[in-house]
Ligand binder design. Structure first.
Ligand SMILES: Nc1nc2c(c(=O)[nH]1)N[C@H]1C(S)=C(S)[C@@H](COP(=O)(O)O)O[C@H]1N2
Ligand SMILES: [Mo]
Length: 425
């Protein structure tokens, strides 16, 4: 990483000069010393961007981030999967703030590659145990009454799945980056089911995607009628192709696998279908050889995103510890942070909207004296659920699982500011 080491000369001189200009030396306890003797050239001279006109207003008809942010990208772990068409890229959580994931940085999980769909040729069908099977065009869907906007996290059930047997991947992008949080625009699935008229025997729905994997998942009718959305927009614009353009299912708080992308049909049935993704996959093998299935809800979880292995601390003194928390059961009501591996906990500030089944941002302002930290966060939600330690989780689940690892994450922050993925016992 091309970043200044804490306490390096350049770093300190700049800080002293800035502090001197602001007249804040006393307030931050810094001695002015020889600061004036070597003024910072970037402050004394006009920088090049002030000396010439910049690019015109349509330099980028579709805007892109500053070139200085070029490292803030989704990343793959190539050894994880055999091919990139059935793989995952991870959200760079360590570099993000607030609660909304920018569209271009939302992690991507495909089973059969990214379908490129012509929206004028896309159809959405409701059939099975209904009075009147219906087929909708995208235009029909956008004329449906009841359009709404909702912020929800989508977490792959396999998020943190590589950490079951111990600390492995060095960065919250990889340990926790199979999550994104955006505002969806769509219509409740209920509206479509009511238009078709669900027969009394109908108890489950099957959602299917139009991609090469034709992903299918069974969803209880109760959930389908409760808060599921048929969505065509994210963060105010059309869904991105990799997120299911032109249509995806939103299944708030439940595992990401059920959020069928490129949604083409909903079939109503009287029992679950037993598809691949709910039998051989997305089930958890326990220590005694039995398997948990239909583990739909994503339990409360949190992670400190900064500092973290990809976002080291750069200076002693005031620092802001930042992270995200979420719960598929409801609203995150409290996040505690420990600096000493769980001996002492302090309640963090939750800042910005704290919405049900959405990511929530927390901060803890600290004064870091350079001592080693064992940094953890612990989320609680409005059902009273408390995020467990990894030891608590393993005591119940064993270590055969891939899915639903919501254990407390630990970062060891060394006195040079660098952080590492570790576990405390
Ligand atoms: N049609 C279809 N839907 C799909 C998938 C897929 O491969 N095909 N992957 C699922 C999985 S496992 C997850 S975690 C989420 C990922 O959504 P994202 O790519 O928007 O992050 O989509 C789900 N829906
Ligand atoms: Mo997933």
């Amino acid at each position: 990483m091309n970043q200044m080491k804490p306490g390096s000369r350049v770093d300190r001189r700049r800080f002293l000069t800035l502090a001197g200009l602001a007249g804040a030396c006393a307030a931050v306890g810094v001695q002015p010393a020889a600061a004036e003797a070597t003024p910072d050239p970037d402050i004394v001279n006009l920088p090049p961007w002030t000396q010439a006109l910049g690019a015109g207003v349509n330099n980028h008809p579709y805007g892109v981030p500053s070139p200085f942010e070029k490292d803030v990208v989704r990343r793959e772990v190539t050894w994880l999967t055999a091919s990139s068409e059935s793989s995952v890229s991870f959200t760079p959580l360590y570099a993000l703030d607030g609660i909304i994931t920018p569209n271009g940085l939302c992690f991507v999980r495909h089973h059969g590659g990214e379908a490129e769909i012509d929206p004028t040729r896309h159809r959405f069908m409701i059939h099975g145990l209904v009075d009147k099977p219906l087929v909708f065009t995208m235009e029909d869907i956008k004329r449906m009454p009841g359009r709404t906007n909702r912020v929800y996290f989508l977490e792959c059930a396999a998020n943190s799945g590589m950490e079951w047997r111990g600390a492995q991947l060095n960065g919250c992008q990889y340990t926790h980056g199979m999550i994104h949080n955006v505002v969806y625009t769509g219509v409740p699935l209920r509206a479509f089911l009511e238009a078709a008229g669900v027969k009394p025997k109908g108890k489950w729905v099957l959602a299917e995607g139009a991609d090469a994997s034709a992903m299918t998942r069974s969803i209880p009718l109760e959930k389908a009628m409760d808060d599921c959305l048929v969505a065509w927009a994210m963060n105010g614009e059309a869904l991105r192709p990799e997120q299911g353009y032109p249509l995806r299912l939103v299944v708030p708080g439940w595992e990401g696998n059920m959020w069928i992308k490129w949604l083409r049909r909903i079939e109503v049935g009287d029992q679950p279908w037993g598809q691949r993704e709910e039998t051989s996959k997305y089930t958890d093998l326990l220590a005694d050889g039995r398997s948990r299935r239909f583990t739909f809800i994503m339990d409360a979880k949190s992670v400190v995103t900064s500092p973290s292995p990809q976002a080291p601390l750069h200076a002693r003194g005031p620092n802001v510890i930042s992270g995200v928390a979420w719960s598929g059961r409801g609203t995150v009501t409290r996040v505690d942070v420990t600096l000493d591996g769980g001996k002492n906990w302090t309640t963090a500030r939750i800042e910005g909207p704290a919405l049900p089944r959405s990511m929530t941002r927390f901060y803890l302002d600290v004064d870091w004296n350079g001592e080693e930290l064992l940094l953890q966060s612990r989320a609680m939600d409005d059902t009273g659920y408390v995020q467990p330690t990894k030891a608590e989780l393993r005591a119940v689940r064993g270590v055969n699982s891939i899915y639903h690892n919501n254990g407390i994450q630990t970062w060891l922050v060394r006195s040079n500011g660098e952080a590492e993925n570790v576990e405390v016992s």
